[in-house]
Design a binder for this molecule. Structure first.
Ligand SMILES: NC(=O)c1ccc[n+]([C@@H]2O[C@H](COP(=O)([O-])OP(=O)(O)OC[C@H]3O[C@@H](n4cnc5c(N)ncnc54)[C@H](O)[C@@H]3O)[C@@H](O)[C@H]2O)c1
Length: 467
């Protein structure tokens, strides 16, 4: 029985330390090696370092391997991890499959762009590795279904990177709604960002070059193929990046720096725009408050503004989607509409509550506001009002490690991530087709619309295919 099989099948490594192999001696400062969860990480971009640092801070977790297709990022990952442990033990991998074949790995942290989620996650699940995986669950509904199946079949522990659930103000807001304090919920408003955000700060250099051309284009969503602007944007990939593999299962496109690192979100070949980037956070919280972690909308109708489909940044810039939910609840998901505040707002017959990351009410720090001033005080509701107590995690990354050991469900299991992202996928399908979508949550099918149903999936570029 190898180490991973032991942890997975007994779930008892910590409560039964005496039956662990005698060779498992520790340093004294940290738990014995056999009590540690050996973690491999995939993706060292914007979110990978944040997740990894959170795991490095946990003494019963040992990050033993790192993988990235970009040599510079990979080296940064390895250096950061080795510096933390003051050794040279972290192994570097270019191919996630090679890293996941290691017998001494227990779990993986996955922070690759959305177009890679399904292949990387199903490979890890197939190998019996527990997974801390990022939101949105995947690039399409079909890819999400594939991940859910793989996680369930292999009985692995999954935690989604929807860390807002581990924060006090989001839990308090959801408990207010679940405890019935705002009465019967009639409407939920979810305000998300609009436009495109140059996370990688790579747009200005290209815009400066474009300014020298007669068109003087200063917006990357106006750059299209067959123009001098496009020709200027296309370059050879840098030596440190394996661009062919980076594009992976998506359609091959010329390399454009402004839509690879971090900014892949603004190109539907690799990402899903602001809507899919945020749905796994604020709609996830909306569902938590409604008790709809395994539920979904039945009708979805959206209207949005798009750049040209072949533009350099082509994702929807402004959108408004109306969704019909069970119990006569209407949800609005909007980006770029001033009447919908950022964050999640539940409105009921007896009041309302709004929660966001940023401060929305100066008198009540923590991104929280509500119709009843009494609810604003403190990190948690008064005990007498908390008739529904939701899952409380000790921290999102800590919760994952605890569940790897206990084999109990995490705060954000894979099925929850799946349902949290579905309204975003269906919303985008409605925006793209320009019509109302009808959805059957039980069968997970779009009803009576062949064209829309086709958008639940996409073709992988050879040789990539689902395992
Ligand atoms: N939970 C959150 O708050 C949060 C915040 C930001 C991003 N994310 C999510 O994290 C994921 C990554 O986003 P990001 O902004 O960090 O992207 P990024 O582009 O900044 O970084 C991705 C890294 O993965 C590497 N990579 C790509 N494909 C790979 C593969 N097949 N094998 C190995 N390495 C590969 C890239 O070279 C890059 O270094 C996305 O799903 C995103 O939605 C979550």
């Amino acid at each position: 029985m190898n180490r991973r099989h032991f942890l997975t099948t007994t779930g008892a490594a910590l409560v039964l330390p005496l039956i662990l192999p005698g060779c498992a001696t520790g340093t004294g400062r940290r738990p014995r090696p056999s009590n540690r969860i050996n973690l491999g990480i995939v993706g060292w971009g914007m979110q990978g370092p944040h997740n990894t640092r959170s795991f490095l801070a946990e003494k019963d977790c040992q990050v033993i391997a790192a993988c990235d297709l970009n040599q510079v990022n990979l080296q940064k990952a390895v250096d950061t991890i080795n510096q933390h442990y003051d050794n040279k033990d972290c192994a570097a991998y270019h191919d996630y499959r090679e890293m996941m074949a290691r017998e001494d790995l227990d779990a993986v942290m996955l922070a690759v762009p959305d177009h890679w989620h399904e292949l990387v996650a199903t490979e890890a699940a197939r190998r019996g590795l527990d997974i801390y995986g990022e939101k949105p669950l995947a690039k399409t509904i079909a890819e999400q279904q594939s991940i859910v199946r793989a996680v369930q079949k292999n009985k692995i522990i999954w935690q989604t990177g929807s860390w807002q659930r581990s924060q006090a103000q989001f839990r308090k807001a959801a408990e207010i709604v679940r405890s019935g304090l705002i009465g019967k919920v009639t409407r939920v408003e979810v305000g998300l960002p609009s436009g495109h955000k140059d996370f990688a700060h790579t747009a200005p250099e290209l815009i400066a070059k474009l300014a020298e051309l007669p068109g003087k284009i200063d917006d990357l969503s106006k750059v299209v193929p067959g123009t001098p602007e496009w020709d200027l944007a296309v370059t050879a990939p840098p030596a440190e990046l394996d661009y062919n593999t980076w594009i992976g299962p998506s359609q091959m496109e010329p390399y454009i720096r402004q839509r690879v690192f971090m900014n892949w979100r603004w190109n539907y070949n690799t990402g899903g725009g602001q809507l899919l980037d945020w749905v796994g956070h604020h709609v996830d919280i909306a569902h938590w408050g409604l008790g709809f972690d395994h539920s979904g909308p039945s009708e979805i109708e959206g209207h949005g503004e798009f750049p040209a489909p072949n533009a350099l940044w082509n994702t929807c810039t402004r959108y408004r989607i109306e969704l019909k939910y069970p119990q006569d609840i209407t949800m609005i998901i909007a980006g770029g509409h001033d009447d919908i505040q950022g964050g999640t707002k539940w409105i009921g017959t007896d009041g309302w509550v709004l929660v966001n990351r940023s401060e929305v009410d100066k008198a009540n720090p923590g991104g929280f506001d509500a119709s009843n001033p009494a609810w604003k005080k403190g990190k948690s509701l008064p005990e007498a009002l908390r008739t529904t107590k939701l899952y409380k995690s000790p921290g999102h990354w800590r919760n994952f490690l605890d569940c790897v050991k206990s084999r109990q469900p995490t705060l954000a299991p894979v099925e929850t991530a799946h349902h949290s992202a579905i309204p975003g996928h269906l919303g985008l399908i409605s925006l793209l087709t320009g019509r109302k979508i009808r959805w059957d949550t039980a069968s997970e099918m779009i009803l009576d619309d062949t064209e829309a149903s086709r958008l639940m999936t996409r073709e992988y570029r050879a040789p990539w295919r689902t395992v």
